[in-house]
Design a protein around this ligand. Structure first.
Ligand code: MSP
Length: 645
């Protein structure tokens, strides 16, 4: 990793569309561990996270909620900030793409690329859903239907601005070859080259005119800048690029590590470096793609209702326990399966048994045998050498693996030291040494070695468990600032005066916890699909409703439509003296004789449409009364022509 004395690390910026879950938490916690590690090494660190707030989805959700897009995102962003506070995330800045400085800088960037000739106006082709006014790609559309409303979509085009991504294909491949390690893990690089670059890079659509919630295109305010140009550039605008004060940009760019999830590798290793090349800005040192937190049944998803809430877990077991579990359990770069059982298992074995016991036993023994302070007269034992060697190895391996972003391996190496220290207690049997006054120096040596191992452990775990590290040091009587250098100073400390403290990780009752967790994460009430459907329907104003003219209409005649089995042709009296013809798709459920003489509800101002040769002037209301049942809405005792409101 870079030898600069600054370190710039970023997480992706999150969509504030839904509540963040354990997977997002993993993404941010892992970057936080790296940021904390670099600070401990003495680097000047800038750690950035934030939110990606523009786009049609947000615009739609805000509309549904009856608020402005900004009001909508403000509320969710506040929750995201709270989550990061809870998880002890040490970001130096939180960028929102709705921040004014970002919006201005993105417009500057667009203009710069445009002036350079890297942006041109063209036509965006997609599948269009007219009622939703949305464009969809072939893969987004479901069986040729709009994924939102289920109505058919059809091919359409829209004027849009494009970034000349195709011009950068060769430059990108050359860049990858000259900068091994830029894309990490390297398997992702092969994926990018073989799946995207070699088959031919398409130019990238970077503007839209079918929705409004975005940064206006400087050369054409009818368009807004579309998604990735707005989102990716946050990494430089947050540092003041294209602002009056770009000192942070000069100091910290290029980023040392841009940590992202595997699903957004293409955007970060193809679009992003191409944008930077276009702006003549150097590319980041490394884009690291981590794997996904999965559940036993596959992906977490809101619709499946199996989203794991980090707040419940962090509040119940402590933030450090959750951080530890996430970073230990999953090999960074690979997917991992989350389970409550494994989380509790790790808390009990690694945290309560191994680390917690080591600390409480050590402190208790130093208090019991020496009243709290280890005498400086000490005599080494044969077991010391192995333990000291293990401590040295743990320090080296943890450093190596943290540098390489192998968090789970780093933790495994650290836990080898913790296990070795526990084993050392069993080997040296301090309770037997304590029986004989002549062993006092040996006993002091044992206690000293245990405290040294705990001191080194406290530093090693600090990037992962930022509250536990100082708690251990407090009990060892060594509060205050500490740095990564300390892990290489075994034996240099004179002595320890320990302080009794709380148990750092109490043991948990697995069965009880599993039961309570299941109850805590179960939805408050049985998920009612109808409720979700009704709540999901866009709200209309009273003015919209007033546009629909509903009238009582008496059926005076009715007969089947010859060319269409499903249709009945109705003659209606709407009180005007002129009969009205309506074709209705109810032939499966009603015979003409069931209907003649009945009064129904007519949508009277529906534009006429010709259905199988019949000009239908309006529509009668009916209910979907079951899987395959339709019931016409009949009125009783209402004169024809009465307005229904
Ligand atoms: N807004 C874009 C990123 C723009 S970056 C310039 C985005 N946002 S997101 O909220 O959908 O996802 C943010 C990050 O969370 C991504 O890196 C994504 O991979 C990560 N994760 C989402 N679900 C995840 C898991 N289940 N597990 C691990 N990470 C996951 O994409």
């Amino acid at each position: 990793m870079s030898e600069r004395n600054t370190f710039y690390i970023t997480t992706p910026i999150y969509y504030p569309s839904d509540k963040l879950h354990i997977g997002h938490t993993y993404s941010t916690v892992s970057a936080d561990a790296q940021a904390r590690y670099q600070r401990l090494k003495g680097k000047e660190v800038f750690f950035l996270t934030g939110t990606d707030e523009h786009g049609q989805k947000i615009e739609d959700k805000a509309k549904e909620a009856g608020v402005t897009p900004k009001e909508y995102v403000d509320k969710i962003v506040a929750g995201i900030k709270d989550l990061w506070k809870l998880m002890n995330i040490s970001n130096d800045k939180f960028i929102r793409t709705t921040d004014e400085y970002h919006e201005k800088a993105v417009q500057y960037i667009f203009q710069k690329m445009y002036d350079k000739g890297d942006i041109y106006k063209g036509k965006y082709e997609g599948l269009y859903c007219k009622p939703c006014e949305s464009f969809w790609t072939e893969t987004q559309a479901v069986d040729g239907k709009c994924p939102d409303c289920g109505r058919p979509v059809y091919k359409a085009e829209e004027e849009a601005y494009f970034f000349k991504l195709s011009n950068y294909a060769d430059k990108l491949v050359k860049y990858y070859e000259e900068h091994p390690g830029f894309i990490d893990p390297v398997s992702r690089q092969n994926e990018m080259v073989n799946n995207f670059i070699k088959p031919g890079l398409q130019d990238l659509c970077i503007s839209r005119s079918s929705f409004k919630w975005g940064i206006p295109v400087p050369v054409n305010p009818d368009h807004v800048i579309y998604v990735w140009l707005d989102a990716l550039t946050n990494y430089i605008t947050a540092l003041g690029y294209a602002s009056d004060d770009d000192s942070l940009f000069k100091k910290f760019w290029p980023a040392n590590v841009q940590s992202i999830g595997k699903d957004i590798v293409r955007f970060h290793t193809i679009y992003w470096p191409a944008f930077l090349m276009s702006l003549d800005i150097p590319c980041p040192d490394k884009v690291f793609a981590h794997g996904w937190v999965l559940l036993e049944g596959g992906k977490m998803s809101k619709s499946k209702g199996n989203v794991v809430d980090p707040v419940i877990l962090a509040e119940r077991y402590g933030v450090d326990a959750l951080r530890y579990y996430l970073l230990r359990e999953m090999a960074f770069g690979a997917d991992g399966v989350f389970s409550n059982e494994k989380l509790i298992g790790r808390i009990n074995s690694d945290l309560a048994n191994d680390l917690g016991n080591l600390l409480s036993r050590t402190v208790a023994m130093v208090l019991k045998y020496f009243g709290g302070t280890i005498p400086s007269e000490r005599e080494a034992l044969e077991f010391d050498a192995k333990l000291i060697e293990t401590a040295k190895t743990a320090a080296e391996k943890a450093t190596e693996n943290l540098d390489g972003l192998n968090y789970s391996v780093a933790l495994t190496e650290i836990w080898k030291l913790i296990s070795a220290a526990n084993k050392y207690i069993d080997e040296t049997t301090p309770w037997i040494l304590a029986k004989d006054e002549s062993n006092k120096a040996k006993l002091a040596d044992v206690m000293y070695n245990l405290c040294e191992c705990l001191r080194i452990t406290s530093v090693l775990i600090a990037p992962f468990m930022p509250s536990t590290a100082p708690e251990i040091r407090k009990q060892l009587g060594i509060e205050g600032k500490f740095g990564w250098d300390e892990i290489f100073t075994y034996g240099e400390k004179e002595t320890y005066s320990v302080v009794k403290g709380d148990i750092i990780f109490p043991r948990l009752d697995l069965e009880k916890e599993l039961e309570e967790l299941a109850a805590a994460s179960a939805p408050a009430e049985e998920e009612n699909p109808l409720k979700a459907e009704i709540e999901g329907i866009a709200k209309i104003d009273i003015d919209d409703f007033a546009k629909v003219d509903l009238r009582a209409a008496k059926i005076t005649d009715c007969f089947p439509v010859k060319k269409a089995k499903k249709l009945l042709q109705l003659t209606l009296d709407v009180g005007t003296g002129e009969p009205r013809t309506v074709a209705s798709g109810i032939a499966k459920w009603y015979k003409p004789e069931d209907l003649i003489g009945k009064t129904v509800v007519l949508v009277s101002n529906l534009k006429p449409a010709v259905l199988c040769g019949v000009e239908s002037c309006g529509m009668i209301l009916a209910a979907d009364a079951g899987e395959d049942d339709v019931k016409v809405v009949f009125l009783d005792g209402v004169p024809a022509g009465s307005k229904i409101r």
